[in-house]
Write a protein that binds this ligand. Structure first.
Ligand code: FAD
Length: 502
């Protein structure tokens, strides 16, 4: 393979979530002009976690042409309206990062400024009274509702929870039907070209040799091609995000199946709870510097709300990103491209945006260094923005009950994040940087939820008298709460729309 050679054969290494998502989009968008092979090893297996998502997954699945009900049925899926964060600000606290908007925006001024003034004047209390998603989640309600009837307000914004192993199987079936060729086998040798260092062929344990023009490395954290072969380098972020281990354990299902993920902070990490139709996914993400593996495992087992279905499994990770996600003729997607802990369920999204980026910059007439550089620039920015949002949760804790939390409060954080926190504190303003994943309302929820109260609000709010402001807020609160109450139960929605086999 030379730089100018047209790309005809694409080889995907790995059949986890990253491998099959990449195959699905490539075959859908470029399948007519490419030969797509996927190599995976059942003996090695997949990481098998990664069960909570964020709303862009809906559009991605639509883009692939997947039928939503079939998808949810086959993956034992449920609906996610947000993430409930417990014990993050202080022990006993709880707030939700709810998807969707809050209240109703005014020209040039977002709703939270109205709420901030009303709160200062004692006219209102809870910000989450103005989130339709939160009101539905709190009452365990869900329906596919685009707008609230009779008023010009948006409906529910949702994502999915699903079983990671079933998801990979579902996508595999879909991809094979579309023409992706799967090869079973363990790669034992990777050959590179002497002239340009490009990967030229893979050798499997049975002696089979697979050559390709472009290789997509979805081989998981060790990065078989991008790191083990091309030595691309890794930028370590563990000084900002000190968790480096997770115990994962499934438990029996608990009814009702709630339409949100829970993230419960403990002494040196946090516990996830992801409700599916047939079971609940649980895990504890923690820092081994502050908590021994055995003590963390015992703590997780003592804090489950149903009997465990298997022995807890330990997963080790190093937070950071691959310095070049695209290097020579290898593009890394998924865990091979970097890792950010699953606090805001962003890894599957990063897989989807990574493969979309590759499709947009597909090097059909040969690999151009300008395109590779742009791909890497965009990938880096995307990772860094998400990283900062995750650090925010740790930095804003007010917990002082353990060294872990005290250290998080005192740690240095990236300059861009410091500025964002300072601006919100002084003015109540948050701006979204170009192509940043999380919108201002996501940042506002975490900052308010963890006790950062702005000192000011925007003066546009003063266009309303106190009476008008109070009436507006009462009106919105009543609409969100009354509409949410009338929705069907989430459990009923699952039963009617996508009941999975038990
Ligand atoms: P893997 O699943 O590890 O797949 C690697 C593939 O490469 C396998 O098929 C393997 O067989 C193959 N392979 C490797 N080496 C070879 C070889 N030599 N020969 C042949 N084949 C090989 N993400 C979210 O979006 N939401 C979440 O809630 C979430 N929770 C998580 C919780 C934890 C504790 C962790 C660690 C991650 C979580 N993630 C989450 C991330 C998510 O799990 C991953 O992004 C996702 O599973 C993708 O993994 P992958 O396909 O890159 O790697």
């Amino acid at each position: 393979m030379s730089e100018q050679q047209a790309i005809k054969q694409v080889v995907i290494v790995g059949g986890g979530t990253a491998g099959w998502i990449s195959a699905a989009l490539l075959v859908k968008m470029l399948g007519k002009s490419l030969n797509i092979l996927l190599v995976e090893s059942e003996e090695i297996g997949i990481v098998g976690v990664g069960e909570a998502t964020i709303p862009p997954v809906i559009h991605f699945n639509e883009g692939l042409g997947l039928d939503e009900a079939t998808f949810l049925k086959e993956t034992q899926g449920s609906i996610k309206l947000g993430i409930q964060f417990e014990n993050w600000g202080q022990q006993g606290d709880s707030y939700m990062h709810a998807f969707g908007n809050f209240g109703k925006d005014y020209p040039f001024c977002t709703f939270h400024h109205f709420w901030l003034k009303a709160k200062q004047q004692g006219l209102t209390q809870d910000f989450w009274d103005y989130s339709f998603n939160y009101q539905a989640a709190k009452h365990n309600k869900f329906s596919k509702i685009d707008t609230i009837p009779q008023v010009n307000l948006p409906g529910l914004v949702y994502a999915y929870h699903f079983d990671a192993s079933l998801y990979a199987k579902f996508l595999r079936k879909h991809c094979e039907a579309m023409g992706v060729k799967r090869i079973e086998g363990k790669i034992t040798h990777v050959a590179t070209s002497e002239s340009n260092g490009y990967v030229s062929a893979l050798t499997l344990a049975d002696g089979q040799v697979i050559s390709g023009d472009l290789f997509i490395d979805c081989s998981g954290m060790h990065g078989l091609l991008i790191e083990q072969t091309l030595n691309t380098g890794y930028e370590d972020w563990s000084h900002w995000l000190p968790c480096d281990r997770a115990w994962a354990v499934p438990t029996e299902s608990v009814k009702p199946i709630v339409p949100y993920t829970r993230s419960i902070a403990h002494q040196a990490g946090w516990q996830w709870r992801i409700p599916l139709q047939h079971r609940t996914g649980n895990g504890l993400v923690f820092s081994s510097k502050y908590w021994s593996e055995e003590a963390a495992k015992a703590h997780l087992l003592a804090n489950l709300d149903a009997p465990a279905l298997a022995e807890p499994r330990l997963i080790k990770f190093r937070t950071g990103r691959r310095i070049k996600q695209w290097h020579r003729n290898v593009v890394s997607i998924g865990l091979s491209s970097g890792f950010l802990e699953p606090l805001e369920s962003t890894s599957i999204h990063l897989i989807q945006s990574g493969i979309i980026r590759l499709v947009k910059n597909f090097p059909h007439q040969g690999i151009k260094s300008e395109e590779v550089a742009e791909f890497n620039r965009q990938s880096q920015l995307e990772f860094e923005h998400i990283r900062d949002f995750i650090i925010l949760h740790y930095k804003l804790t007010q917990r002082t009950d353990s060294k872990f939390w005290r250290d998080c409060q005192q740690m240095d954080v990236p300059e861009r994040l410091l500025q964002k926190i300072a601006l919100f504190k002084a003015t109540g303003k948050v701006y979204r940087e170009q192509d940043e994943l999380f919108s201002p309302i996501a940042w506002i929820q975490v900052m308010l939820g963890q006790g950062l109260q702005p000192e000011d609000y925007h003066p546009i709010v003063n266009a309303l008298t106190d009476t008008q402001l109070s009436e507006l807020l009462d009106y919105l609160k009543t609409i969100f709460s009354a509409t949410a109450t009338k929705l069907p139960l989430h459990q009923q929605f699952l039963q009617d729309f996508c009941k999975a086999e038990s």
